[in-house]
Design a protein around this ligand. Structure first.
Ligand SMILES: [Zn+2]
Length: 186
């Protein structure tokens, strides 16, 4: 079941240090709806009861118990081919985005280049708040690249499955870690 795949993704993100006990959200699409984590859930300790089913139709109100980023996930499903969306707070990606300009982040190792040719960076629309980001700007970037960093906040990745979106989040952080090391050693 798709929810079980999302539970595994949550555990892996948490174990890898890409989430705090209160950050992040995950979803996967099933036809005309998607399952997303409830607001305030610990990604490392997810259960089936912590997922909410949301209609893909943007005219239908988002259930209040769903993640604060539910509108972003829904916007992405309506504007891209994504079947899964991962949102995390990867430390190296957040750090590197702070010193990256409008040109975004370009991987420098082969796996990074093969998997993520280029990673756009945009500013947060909700500075200092833990509320939902602007849907349109995130969806527009995810039409160009399957991974995106939001300066001062975190990252979004998409994929054809929860596992692919997870891989891209790991790869994004790996790319940013390597780039940050290279910057620090000159
Ligand atoms: Zn976040």
């Amino acid at each position: 079941m798709i929810i079980d795949e999302l539970i595994t993704v949550g555990e892996q993100l948490y174990r890898r240090g890409l989430q705090t006990p209160r950050s992040g959200n995950l979803s996967a699409r099933t036809d005309r709806s998607f399952f997303i984590t409830r607001t305030g859930t610990n990604m490392g300790l997810l259960t089936r009861a912590q997922f909410v089913q949301v209609c893909i139709d943007e005219n239908i109100p988002v259930p209040p118990e769903a993640s604060v980023e539910t509108s972003v996930h829904r916007g992405v499903y309506n504007r891209t081919e994504a079947r899964a969306v991962v949102h995390a707070h990867p430390p190296y990606a957040i750090a590197l985005a702070q010193v990256s300009g409008e040109e975004g982040i370009t991987p420098i190792h082969n796996e990074g280049l093969a998997g993520l040719r280029w990673i756009p960076v945009i500013g947060t629309s909700v500075a200092g708040e833990d509320t939902g980001e602007d849907v349109a700007s995130i969806a527009a970037q995810l039409q160009r690249s399957p991974a995106l960093v939001i300066r001062g906040h975190g990252a979004f990745t998409i994929g054809g499955s929860p596992d692919e979106a997870l891989y891209r989040m790991f790869l994004l952080e790996e790319v940013c870690k390597i780039n940050a090391i290279v910057k620090s050693i000159g």
